[in-house]
Every structure is written in C-alpha cells, then in structure tokens.
Design a protein around this ligand. Structure first.
Ligand SMILES: [Zn+2]
Length: 147
C-alpha cells in the first residue's frame, strides 16, 4: 500500500497545531540503497507554518500500509537539550498541563498557552543548550595525518 491518507492528519511538530490535515508535497518517493529493496518516503507540510514532515513507510506494493518513521518526531517543537533536572521537571509539568488543556478544550486559550510555551522553550534553549559552534570546538581535535 502506498502513502496512507490517515497519516496526513497529525499534530505539527514545528508549530504545535493539532490534528491538522497536512498538505501533500511529494508521496511515495523511493530511495535506492544497497540491497534489493529501496526505502519509501513521503513529504507533507503544515498549512499554518509550512514546516515539512518526512514519513518513511512500507513500499507501495506492500499488502499493508505501515508507517515506519516520522521526522521530526512528535514533541520536537518543545524539546530542549541539556536541561538541568530540576528545571526539566517544571518544564515537563508545563507541557503536560498544556496537552491537557488542548484535550479538554477548557476556557484557557490554547493558542496563547502554546505561544507562551514556545517562548519558554526558546528561552530555555538559549540558556541551557550549547551553541553549535562552541560544541564543535569542544570536540577532540582530529589526529594529524602522518606525512
Ligand atoms: Zn505547523
């Protein structure tokens, strides 16, 4: 089975839009690799933010359509690397509260709550994540090639 339309309905991992119908960009692309069977990918995108989502799935001639991988993963929009444990605990509580708000559609405006969370995510990333350049500099120097 080729790309299944059910997969187009999902939360956006970029902007957090929920149960959105993603736009089809390119479906059932085959990527050759070593060996007899290529891998199959489809690309869809969020209609609100334009973020692209890559889905790996079973080949079009496969009897059952099966989703194998989604990039970026669900929750990538609020992931912060290198958070201190005590800060992480509060942050994860905040994310859980927001998910609950979305699920029960309470009087709290989910859009505003989501915006606050995105701001918090950015602040925490700026505070605790190591920028790419210094992180690369701290990598061990490659051994000198013998001449
Ligand atoms: Zn989006």
């Amino acid at each position: 089975m080729p790309f299944s339309d059910d997969w187009a309905f999902r939360d956006c991992p970029w902007c957090g839009l929920r149960d959105a119908q993603m736009q089809h960009l390119a479906l059932n692309l085959s990527a050759d690799r070593r060996g007899p069977t290529p891998r199959y990918w489809s690309v869809i995108s969020c209609r609100r933010c334009g973020g692209a989502i890559l889905i790996e799935h079973t080949p079009p001639n496969f009897p059952q359509a099966q989703l194998l991988k989604v990039v970026p993963e669900h929750g990538a929009d609020v992931r912060v690397e290198h958070l201190p444990d005590d800060v992480r605990k509060y942050y994860e509580d905040a994310i859980r509260v927001l998910e609950a708000v979305g699920a029960h559609a309470s009087h709290v405006d989910e859009k505003k709550a989501r915006r606050a969370l995105q701001f918090t995510t950015q602040v925490l990333r700026n505070l605790f994540e190591i920028p790419a350049e210094p992180a690369a500099r701290s990598e061990p120097e490659p051994e000198d090639e013998p001449e």
